[in-house]
Ligand binder design. Structure first.
Ligand code: NDP
Length: 336
């Protein structure tokens, strides 16, 4: 079983030396276990947080263990009555080709998925953890009303693309922020946002804030934050009184960069409510959110894009790319 182990803590920026390729012999599975062939591995920004000993919402990953990650795949051996060979499953399969699961010990580690309407990889993106994160932040924190202006950063990505599309369906005026003209064009032309600002063309708070003011002259009512840093500062300056901010992620600071809020007065003046959240604290909403999102994807009303790298050996580079914005859509690794 080829796998990647977590080998070294990064010094701020992650490098390929943080990962070690390893071949493990798979022992015969025991009663109650299943063996899964992973087809797709999901690469997600949260993995960066686990590769650190800094205080975080989840425990850091131990060195010399298989890199953690969500996967979808097929059951190839089963000694569990609830699973049969050929079942398609979503699991915490990690950066490896095969995953040995014990469903009776922890059902959260493996779940059957219905691939009759949507392809299995979507359960790692729009109809998976990122989509559910978008759904939660939008519906439970921002609660946007018809006619309100909503801004979302990292707008072309796995989470941001779903946030903006769901907000459009709720009748909002939606402005995305993304890196580069190609991503911005996709966000407007394909995803249907009203506007998208290429933050790379506005490289500081002042110019970005000014551009946002042109596109949202009546201010911002709801902000879905994925990035932090000067992008957040620029949006905070444009918040309306009693607006809402959902802090979903701060990827601009994941490489150890300091990203303080430079103008807290903007929060006082706007009297905004700012709420951080972690989707794993809200497992109760997963069934409803998943049903909504899977149906929307199946009906073609929720559009998604995937950035797929080929082969397990491509995972470290693809992960480094994700942290630098090289992905365009949900970052996956194809393992079969
Ligand atoms: P994406 O698919 O959006 O990929 C990450 C994107 O972030 C990149 O493509 C890039 O887009 C942008 N980015 C990277 N570095 C920077 C930077 N320095 N400045 C500005 N933008 C940057 O990832 P996800 O959709 O999976 O995740 C989006 C956010 O949601 C992350 O912050 C993640 O941690 C968070 N998240 C939080 C969860 C929670 O429970 N709170 C759960 C899941 C995700 P671009 O080229 O446009 O800059």
């Amino acid at each position: 079983n080829r796998q990647y182990l977590f080998d070294k803590y990064p010094n701020d920026v992650v490098t390929v030396e943080c990962f070690k390729l390893w071949d493990e012999v798979i022992a015969q599975i025991d009663a109650g276990e299943v063996l899964v062939r992973n087809h797709y591995l999901s690469l997600d920004p949260y993995m960066r947080g686990r590769m650190s000993q800094a205080k975080n919402y989840a425990a850091s990953q131990d060195l010399n263990t298989v890199m953690q990650g969500g996967t979808v795949g097929e059951v190839i051996e089963s000694r569990h009555p609830g699973f049969k060979v050929g079942d398609t499953v979503l699991c915490t399969g990690g950066w490896q080709l095969y995953f040995r699961a014990s469903p009776s010990k922890d059902s959260n580690h493996i779940r059957k998925i219905d691939v009759s309407q949507i392809s299995m990889s979507v359960y790692l993106g729009a109809a998976g953890m990122p989509g559910i994160t978008a759904w939660y932040g939008l519906n439970k924190i921002l609660k946007p009303q018809v006619g309100e202006t909503l801004v979302v950063s990292a707008a072309s990505g796995a989470v941001g693309s779903v946030v903006g599309q769901l907000a459009k369906q709720k009748g909002c005026h939606v402005i995305g922020i993304a890196g580069g003209p190609e991503k911005c064009e996709y966000v407007v032309e394909t995803l249907g946002f009203d506007d998208c600002i290429d933050y790379k063309a506005y490289p500081d708070t002042e110019t970005l804030s000014h551009e946002l003011k042109q596109l949202a002259p009546n201010g911002v009512d709801a902000y879905y934050e994925n990035v932090g840093g000067y992008i957040m500062d620029a949006v905070l300056e444009n918040l309306n009184p009693f607006s809402r901010v959902a802090i979903c992620g701060l990827i601009a600071g994941y490489d150890g960069r300091s990203i303080p809020i430079s103008n807290p007065r903007a929060i006082l003046v706007s009297r905004a409510s700012i709420t951080g959240f972690i989707i794993s604290d809200h497992l109760d909403i997963w069934p409803q959110a998943l049903a909504d999102l899977a149906e929307a994807v199946a009906n073609g009303v929720l559009i998604f894009k995937e950035s797929v790298s080929n082969g397990l050996e491509s995972a470290p580079d693809a992960f480094l790319g994700l942290l630098q914005g090289h992905n365009f859509g949900k970052q996956l690794v194809k393992l079969v």
